[in-house]
Design a binder for this molecule. Structure first.
Ligand code: GDP
Length: 309
């Protein structure tokens, strides 16, 4: 028995878990494609990617953020992307879920998933999981680890990208050198209770943004916000919530959200086909443009059937 979209809409966590298992077991089953396609056209959540190096304070920050959002009545789906799970087959997954959430709370669902099964963006199933959660919850948080690669991964999946920087770590400098300054919509200097180091990290970053003179790629008219937060002392979380809301408003007002998601869906389709059939298959696949509102899941399945023949 498969899970229907109506089962999911009830907010039953067991139904969502079963649907995710269904996707992982057979992403090409007709029932899975139907489910994903319905979820795709019923997007409602704000999808927020939170990224940064290990130890920067992402889990602590997310724990606080989730608690605040729940207190405000918002429902949340969390995907913690595990860079190690490809090798371990999931054995290390437990380590990545360090978010203390109430298992009885129907309004929050946390799931760890494999980082990537390829060199491109996030794994195909991770994106599928995001699409399901996006249709159910108010907010979807995707946590990824790293400096360099994962920012671009999450940029291809989230509406808003938050990049976390640790004071005094030299991250900010590395971050500027790597040229990833153009990607995040919001930069959070964590551990602002490390007073002096946090202030100088913030100054460095603001300076670098001014020099680069650029905002997030593909986004006209948004100035990257730089915030200083102490999750431990509960300082600055409201600023982050306000910045997230402002970025969402900005995307909605200019019609940019729809365009961004459309671009992301097309990239996902290309990545998924390349992953499955290589460059050669990609060449034979034909037109990979999606019509407005067209489900990439449906299209992928159709092309894959043609190529497999
Ligand atoms: P992650 O690996 O990025 O998820 O980082 P964690 O959330 O696990 O935090 C790494 C370490 O930084 C832990 O020892 C936390 O207690 C500490 N930490 C997290 N947030 C803060 C903060 O706001 N201030 C200080 N001083 N330490 C923090």
């Amino acid at each position: 028995m498969g899970i229907s979209f109506d089962d999911l809409k009830t907010g039953d966590k067991a139904a969502l878990a079963a649907a995710l298992a269904q996707i992982e077991a057979d992403a090409d089953a007709a029932q899975t494609i139907d489910l994903l396609t319905r979820a795709y056209s019923n997007a409602r959540a704000h999808v927020v990617g939170v990224t940064g190096p290990p130890g920067v304070g992402k889990s602590t920050l997310l724990g606080r953020l989730i608690a605040k959002m729940r207190a405000g009545g918002r429902t949340i789906g969390v995907i913690a992307v595990d860079p190690s799970s490809k090798r371990s087959g999931g054995a290390l997954l437990g380590d990545r879920i360090r978010l203390a959430t109430d298992p009885e709370d129907r309004g929050v669902f946390v799931r760890s998933m494999a980082a990537r099964d390829r060199l491109g963006g996030l794994a195909e199933v991770t994106v599928a999981a995001m699409v399901l959660m996006r249709a159910i919850y108010d907010v979807v948080l995707i946590e990824t680890v790293g400096v360099g690669q994962s920012e671009t991964d999450v940029e291809g999946t989230a509406d808003t990208v938050v990049f976390c920087v640790q004071p005094g770590s030299g991250d900010s400098l590395q971050f500027m050198k790597a040229g990833i300054i153009e990607i995040p919509d919001i930069i959070v200097v964590t551990k602002s209770d490390m007073e002096e180091a946090a202030r100088s990290a913030q100054t460095d970053i603001k300076g670098a943004i001014r020099v680069a003179g650029a905002g997030p790629t593909g986004t006209e008219g948004w100035d990257t916000r730089v915030l200083s937060i102490s999750a431990l002392r509960d300082r600055g979380l409201e600023d982050l919530m306000a910045a997230l809301a402002a970025h969402r408003e900005f995307l909605l007002a200019g019609g940019q959200l729809e365009r961004k998601r459309h671009r992301q869906a097309e990239s996902w389709l290309v990545d998924s086909l390349r992953e499955r059939f290589g460059r050669d298959g990609l060449k034979r696949a034909g037109n990979l443009r999606l019509a407005e509102g067209e489900s990439p899941f449906h299209k992928l399945a159709k092309i894959a059937r043609g190529l497999a023949r």
